[in-house]
Ligand binder design. Structure first.
Ligand code: NAD
Length: 259
């Protein structure tokens, strides 16, 4: 029997077969979870349906712009109906910034671009956590996991505004963990190494970041999305029942190196 057998988990952020959220969903399905999907667009909805059909899986796929609080409230009404009002976990795998601000100098960031990156990539965790709270409580508690990157802590060339938004996201993880801990709701982040996805393609010089990890990390290779998915699964599951407010690196150890 899988560790997530009979438990409902809401997964956001599947865009295509490369998405970190898709690989996490595969880990969750493997461990017996009832995965519920929330996607950004009708195009993604059709894409996820195709992926699920290919894997022989049936699951609800709802539409939601997570930066719109009304849409988030509606999403959780729909989620409640298909989960008997109980949720064991939530994956936030959402980020967005203007492509032209993911290169060059950070000092050139616009006010609009700054706000857009923070609302899309950090505030969406708050709205989703708020929306999921009652359903997680009804399940006796559960896990919330988001995806971050090393650029939250260190200057990574071209990551710019997204690094600042990820710093906000990681701080948000700690504040949410503090608010929700008394309800046995745990909130954690996985800081993944660079993986070739659509979101990553927007960052100038991304291939060089992947190459650098493969050359310089202790494991001397790229991180895979399946490895990230299995770590998210761990944090969502009871195996991590004593872990909250944490940022856990899945980057082949790259962040420990001093060069
Ligand atoms: P992806 O492009 O497959 O996924 C990004 C998802 O965010 C898409 O599904 C998109 O629709 C969704 N999204 C954006 N704005 C949204 C909104 N307002 N409401 C709902 N959904 C919205 O790329 P990915 O790399 O799998 O990204 C997932 C997460 O992982 C992001 O937070 C990203 O920053 C993070 N991450 C990625 C890497 C990497 O190298 N790929 C490394 C570390 C962290």
């Amino acid at each position: 029997m899988g560790i997530m057998e009979g438990k409902s988990v809401l997964v956001t952020g599947v865009r295509n077969e490369r998405s970190i959220a898709w690989h996490t969903a595969l880990s969750l399905h493997r461990e017996g979870a009832n995965v519920i999907y929330s996607v950004f667009s009708e195009r993604e909805q059709a894409g996820v349906k195709k992926l699920l059909d290919g894997a022989g899986i049936t699951a609800p796929i709802f539409l939601c712009d997570a930066s719109d609080e009304e849409q988030v409230a509606h999403l959780f009404q729909q989620v409640s109906e298909v989960s008997e009002g109980k949720l064991a976990g939530l994956l936030h795998s959402i980020a967005f910034a203007n492509k032209d601000e993911l290169g060059g100098e950070y000092v050139a960031t616009s006010k609009e671009g700054f706000a857009l990156a923070h609302v899309s990539s950090s505030f969406t965790l708050v709205t989703l956590a708020k929306g999921a709270r009652e359903l997680l409580k009804a399940a006796g508690g559960g896990g919330i996991v988001t995806l971050s990157y090393l650029g939250a802590e260190r200057v990574v060339p071209n990551y710019n505004i997204m690094g600042v938004a990820k710093a906000s996201l990681e701080a948000s993880v700690r504040y949410l963990a503090s608010d929700l801990g008394a309800e046995n709701i745990r909130v954690n982040a996985v800081s993944a190494g660079p993986i070739r996805t659509l979101a990553a393609r927007a960052i100038s010089g991304f291939d060089a970041m992947v190459k650098e990890v493969a050359e310089k990390s202790p494991l001397k290779r790229e991180v895979t999305p399946a490895e990230v998915g299995d770590t998210v699964l761990f944090l969502l599951s009871d195996w991590a029942r004593g872990v909250t407010g944490e940022t856990l690196y899945v980057d082949c150890g790259y962040h420990i190196m001093g060069y």
